[in-house]
Design a protein around this ligand. Structure first.
Ligand SMILES: Cc1ncc(COP(=O)(O)O)c(C=O)c1O
Ligand SMILES: Nc1c(O)cccc1C(=O)C[C@H](N)C(=O)O
Length: 468
């Protein structure tokens, strides 16, 4: 006779090398929390840290904390804490603003680079060379920018010194030709994207004289062409949990002379991303899901080091200035990741996130990935064994190479079913019209959680639990 699922769960939990990490979170007995792909659970260290931030750093030190408590440099410091989790070397990630805002910064900046409009702002150049360029054909060749890592050279024509150039003097939105002569006036967006990315990309396209084209993420390599400036793709689909091919898609986008911008909301903290290794250009992501930063915790922006001198922010707030306290009327961008900053950082949320990241101490992302796949495999197996055939259909891919860290089940009456599950202490979420979504956060989800959720789901669907 085969081993009962509950016994298997106990055996798998006993052998789980990440099992002790669960104690780093504040979880309730009696609640099976499978919604960490919407809002991660509270790490135990956060409340005490927040009490100190509020009581001492704000309460006693007040304004001194910008320097003495490291508030001013928190966006870059915390970016460097996230960096290894997404495969980035230090100095390329800055934390702040929402994912939506960072999508805007990333897409507009990437279009400007692809179109050769980004000018020569930045690193290692004298003040006279910090110029803004306008018009067509003035940028470095796209092939030199994308993927090949060639240092950007000064651009020809149309330059104005920073002191005399009004911010935003680029000649948008007429379509521009890149340095290789290509007319780059298309933004590709993943057709199944989380809606905010689509809305923002559409606006970014209009602002930069581009048109937007929606294609399924898997089709981006075939769809990208000589007119593509940027492809904006979700690494993991929020609804189905499908993992998209970041290395292959990025390579195809580069081969067409365009830039790839990745949304990592549903992958960061759940699986290795390998941004540097795979040559991703820009990336954004939230920190309130698998990074457990708390409701509305700030997002992050990754800009590959070679592109940083060309990163021409569409939101060049004073925090991204080379000398913010110089209070100059002329904008001179900071070097490096700081160029992605905008205004005053949201310190309380930032520092809650910083404390939340302590849970990663000694936790390799590869171990998280291995457990995530084992958990989702086990959950699917439990569902297959407990739920009568035909009642649910998994829309999450079976192959590990195509799966993120959630299982999405299509189910008749999904809204009611999820409500019934929540009443019984199993928390996932419902995405209209018919999807039950279960997120697996390997840092705190156990195999017993997976078995219990599948069992309660079967009870709800078969009406065998005797009601809530
Ligand atoms: C893929 C994806 N992008 C963006 C967002 C939202 O970003 P924001 O934090 O700006 O609401 C979410 C979830 O809310 C998401 O799942
Ligand atoms: N960001 C959220 C929020 O502020 C409220 C409720 C849910 C969310 C989410 O994160 C939704 C999530 N991105 C999703 O994948 O559906």
């Amino acid at each position: 006779m085969s081993e009962p699922m509950a016994a298997r769960a106990a055996r798998l939990d006993a052998a789980d090398e990440l099992a002790e990490v669960r104690d780093r979170f504040d979880l309730d007995d009696g609640v099976t929390y499978l919604d960490g792909n919407s809002l991660g659970a509270l790490p135990r260290g956060v409340p005490a840290r927040m009490a100190d931030v509020i009581g001492r750093e704000w309460g006693r030190l007040r304004i001194r904390s910008w320097e003495e408590s490291g508030w001013w440099t928190a966006p870059e410091r915390i970016g460097d804490r996230i960096a290894p989790l997404i495969g980035s070397a230090p100095g390329q990630v800055v934390v702040g603003d929402s994912t939506s805002v960072n999508v805007f910064k990333a897409v507009v900046a990437a279009v400007r680079i692809a179109q050769g409009r980004a000018g020569t702002v930045g690193a290692g150049m004298g003040e006279a060379a910090r110029t803004w360029t306008s018009g067509a054909g003035v940028g470095p060749a796209a092939g030199a920018i994308v993927g090949l890592g060639a240092p950007p050279g000064p651009t020809a024509g149309g330059s104005r010194g920073a002191a005399s150039a009004p911010v935003g003097a680029q000649a948008e939105p007429s379509p521009a030709r890149a340095g290789d002569g290509a007319l780059r006036d298309e933004v590709l967006v993943d057709a199944s994207t989380f809606p905010t990315d689509g809305y923002i990309a559409e606006s970014a396209a209009r602002l930069t004289g581009c048109r937007i084209r929606a294609v399924e993420a898997a089709d981006v390599p075939d769809a990208v062409g000589p007119r593509t400036a940027v492809a904006l793709v979700n690494h993991v689909d929020y609804r189905t949990g499908r993992l998209h091919d970041l290395p292959g898609t990025t390579a195809a986008v580069h081969a067409a002379g365009a830039l790839a911008v990745w949304d990592l909301c549903h992958s960061a903290g759940a699986l290795p991303v390998g941004l540097d290794e795979h040559g991703a250009d820009l990336a954004v992501g939230c920190t309130y899901k698998y990074l457990n930063g708390g409701p509305g915790s700030p997002a992050y922006l990754y800009v590959r080091r070679e592109l940083q001198p060309l990163f021409d922010s569409p939101l060049p707030g004073w925090n991204s200035h080379a000398d913010p306290f110089g209070m100059s009327p002329a904008y001179t961008p900071a070097d490096g990741a700081s160029r992605g900053r905008v205004g005053t950082p949201d310190i309380l949320s930032l520092l809650a996130l910083e404390a939340a990241l302590d849970v990663w101490e000694g936790v390799p992302i590869e171990a998280v990935r291995a457990k995530s796949l084992a958990l989702t495999d086990f959950f699917l197996e439990c569902v297959g064994s407990y739920v009568p055939p035909g009642r649910v259909e998994s829309i999450t891919p079976v192959p590990h190479g195509e799966r993120g860290s959630q299982v999405a089940l299509r189910c008749a009456g999904a809204g009611e079913v999820m409500r019934a599950l929540a009443e019984r202490g199993v928390v996932g979420d419902y995405r209209r019209p018919d999807v039950l979504r279960f997120g697996f956060t390997p840092l705190y989800t156990s195999y017993a959680d997976a078995e219990h959720a599948a069992r309660v789901l079967a009870e709800v669907l078969t009406g065998t639990d005797g009601g809530a």
